[in-house]
Design a binder for this molecule. Structure first.
Ligand code: KIV
Length: 275
């Protein structure tokens, strides 16, 4: 079944949880799609796990569009949600709508995601008014890492928890179809989930959100630079890749690969004439 923002929204309050994973390329998108994930996030985490940056600040519109289009070609049924990169919407409503439009037209996304609460509601309203679905992102917002002083749990004090709850209500009112909650105490995420009508998708926000999202390299055990507490490694694909590459090197060296079945033939008469 094709997942849309409507089908995702309808999952809230049912016994089915929304599954979201990141992908940045065609092959991975196809695998996630075939496995039945509801939605694929082309996250700006591609800055970390694909481009090797320390943070997401340097990720550009061109990066996001390039990877979004590749993912969209591989995702037949999953809803593709693509991140708006740092400074593509913070600068104002005009930039936000223009750049969201490019992500839809050139990146073939089904929705965009942006970070922030009440402060970015004018942008959310304008993008939604232009016919583009928006997923909001609250709690730990990695694009603001320099302002919040590192990657740490958010909403721990009464004031911060109250602000997060108000921000969730504000993005819902502005027209967001869903909201990602990152690194938020589980009980606060539960309260937010119960207080708004749109789905919450948690990452490090406990089991009571309406859905869950993880970076696929994290959950597949491929990315070891930093493994946050909230990550569960469902496989150790990094080990599988390293072992396969070691076998490849060994078989090249000892002549086992390529074997007869990997080799193209030519008539011996033709070859002899070339000597
Ligand atoms: O960029 C990303 O991958 C994200 C997820 C961590 C939610 O925003």
């Amino acid at each position: 079944m094709k997942n849309t923002t409507s089908t995702i929204m309808q999952m809230k309050g049912t016994d089915k949880k929304i599954s979201m994973l990141t992908a940045y390329d065609y092959t991975t998108a196809k695998l996630l799609d075939e496995a039945g994930v509801n939605t694929i996030l082309v996250g700006d985490s591609l800055g970390n796990v694909i481009l090797g940056y320390e943070d997401t600040i340097s990720v550009t519109m061109e990066d996001m569009i390039h990877h979004s289009a590749a993912v969209a070609r591989g995702a037949k049924n999953a809803l593709v949600v693509t991140d708006m990169p740092f400074m593509s919407y913070q600068t104002g409503v005009y930039d936000a709508v223009t750049n969201a439009g490019r992500i839809m037209k050139e990146g073939r996304a089904g929705a965009v995601k942006l970070e922030g609460g009440a402060d970015v509601c004018p942008q959310i309203e304008a993008i939604v008014k232009a016919g583009i679905p928006v997923c909001a992102h609250l709690g730990l917002t990695p694009q603001s890492v320099n302002a919040i002083g590192g990657y740490k749990i958010q909403g721990k004090t009464e004031a911060a928890a109250r602000k997060l709850l108000e921000d969730a209500k504000a993005v819902e009112k502005a027209g967001a179809f869903a909201v990602v909650l990152e690194c938020v105490p589980a009980k606060l995420a539960k309260l937010v989930t119960e207080s708004i009508q749109i789905p919450t998708i948690g990452i490090g926000a406990g089991a009571d959100c309406d859905g869950q999202v993880l970076v696929n390299q994290d959950m597949l055990g491929m990315f070891s630079d930093y493994v946050p507490k909230f990550v569960k490694q469902f496989a150790h694909v990094g080990d599988i890749i390293r072992d396969a590459v070691k076998s490849y090197i060994e078989e090249i060296n000892n002549g086992v690969f390529p074997a007869e079945e990997h080799t193209y033939k030519i008539d011996d008469n033709i070859i002899e004439k070339l000597y």
